[in-house]
Design a protein around this ligand. Structure first.
Ligand code: S3P
Length: 427
């Protein structure tokens, strides 16, 4: 079996969420092309409709978000359901904090276990009133916002969701809001705010960044956003092409923002045959076509804490690839993986071990010793889309079948994952 052909994977999830959220706050219509239609982004769409925003669906992937500014939002008459989506929840908490009305936000079993205090605490400091289980750490959360004041916040975990929530709240706060991070997390919110003509200062610090904005600014509407292909989805096919003899794949229009393409850079460092061609820009984001060929001589590598944010969602997949690399791969500083849709360190270690890999669990990462042949196994996905897809790729190089307990969970970010895989998988 090999991977062959050309594929345009579905659009970027992070940017698709933001197109709706920021578009809802703009003072005029925002036309979104190539929007990702998946369970997570549909949760965002439904929430902003409940908040009174008119969103027209011209086609499944083409929207017009008819924002009327922060003042246009309305008190929802029912609970907002973010389902499985941490990005929807945390960014929306930043928006709700600016509103004098009452709202409640909740989510599914997985999301109701994920920590929210990281955003609730600074939003309270800005003046919002937020309460929930475990003193506001766990959903459901009840919010009553209103007049906020700007704060200076050190974003220790370099979370883009926290940074984005505070920047959105800061737009309606009195004075200046500053967010500093020790190393760069994804910067789509900053780029999109600039597209909406918001005045931001982005100041490099030693290894990290300081983002500053003044409250009281409006997001200028009447804009177009074209969403590129999601590097986190493209990563699965790139890994498959690297691992399967004879493969040659071109992934079209992939976002290569340096805060997102860490997985591809790390694969190159491992000795993979990967090239960016046709590099260009759309809607203030850099994109490229990525050409990937079978790469038989992979070497183990180290992933350092400052490199983690740019490949955070791809680390389970990197562990799968590392089982086929000569020598040791060490992933450190990735404890955030434990509070994603599942505990992704535990899920990766447990499932790879079942497949015969040599892998050790660390509190903040993993150590993988390669090369080891993989064998088929029953995989526990923990209903986590990225675990389901990473282990489907592991299954392609395994001796014997890999069986997922919940393959449907791919719908969170990539509803046609299995169909697309069939298209490029050749005998
Ligand atoms: C996201 C940020 C990351 C990432 C998540 C999407 C975003 O989370 O893991 O899948 O769109 O801002 P953190 O910001 O919590 O690290």
């Amino acid at each position: 079996m090999k991977i062959e052909g050309t594929l345009r994977v579905p659009s970027d999830k992070s940017i698709s969420h933001r197109a709706i959220i920021l578009g809802s706050l703009a003072d005029g219509p925002v036309r979104v092309k190539n929007w990702l239609r998946a369970a997570d982004t549909l949760a965002t769409l439904n929430i902003y409709r409940q908040l009174g925003v008119e969103i027209e669906e011209l086609s499944p992937t083409e929207l017009v978000v008819k924002g009327t500014g922060f003042e246009g939002l309305r008190e929802p008459s029912d609970i907002l359901d973010a389902q499985n989506s941490g990005t929807t929840t945390r960014l929306t908490l930043g928006v709700l904090a600016t509103q004098p009305f009452f709202s409640v936000i909740t989510g599914d079993n997985s999301l109701r276990r994920r920590p929210m205090l990281r955003v609730v605490k600074p939003l309270r400091q800005m003046g919002a009133s937020i309460d929930g289980r475990e003193e506001g750490n766990l959903l459901p959360l009840a919010v009553r916002g209103g007049q906020l004041k700007g704060i200076s916040f050190f974003n220790k975990k370099a979370s883009a969701q926290v940074k984005s929530a505070l920047l959105l709240a800061g737009l309606q706060a009195e004075g200046i809001t500053e967010v500093e991070e020790p190393y760069l997390s994804r910067d789509h919110t900053e780029r999109m705010l600039q597209l909406f003509e918001v005045d931001l200062s982005i100041i490099p610090t030693e290894g990290g960044i300081l983002v500053k904005l003044k409250g009281g600014q409006t997001l200028k509407g009447d804009k177009d956003i074209v969403v590129p292909a999601d590097p986190s989805s493209a990563a699965f096919f790139a890994a498959a092409a690297v691992l399967l003899p004879g493969s040659h794949l071109v992934l079209k229009d992939v976002l290569i923002n340096p805060t997102r393409d860490g997985f591809f850079r790390k694969l190159k460092e491992m000795g993979a045959n990967i090239e960016y061609t046709n590099v260009r820009e759309i809607s203030r984001e850099p994109i490229a076509d990525i050409e990937v060929k079978y790469s038989p001589d992979l070497r183990g590598v180290e992933v350092h804490p400052e490199e983690v944010p740019a490949m955070i969602d791809e680390l389970p997949l990197l562990a799968v690839v590392a089982t086929q690399a000569e020598g040791r791969t060490l992933i450190k500083g990735a404890s955030e993986l434990r509070v994603k849709e599942s505990d992704r360190i535990k899920a990766t270690v447990e499932n790879l071990r079942r497949m015969g890999a040599k892998i050790e669990e660390l509190p903040d990462g993993m150590v993988i010793e390669g090369k080891t042949p993989l064998k088929g196994a029953k995989i526990k996905t923990y209903d986590d889309h990225r675990i389901a897809m990473a282990f489907t790729i592991a299954g392609l190089i395994a001796d014997g079948p890999v069986e997922l307990d919940n393959p449907e969970c791919v719908k969170i970010s990539y509803p046609n994952f299995f169909e697309d895989l069939k298209k490029v998988l050749k005998p």
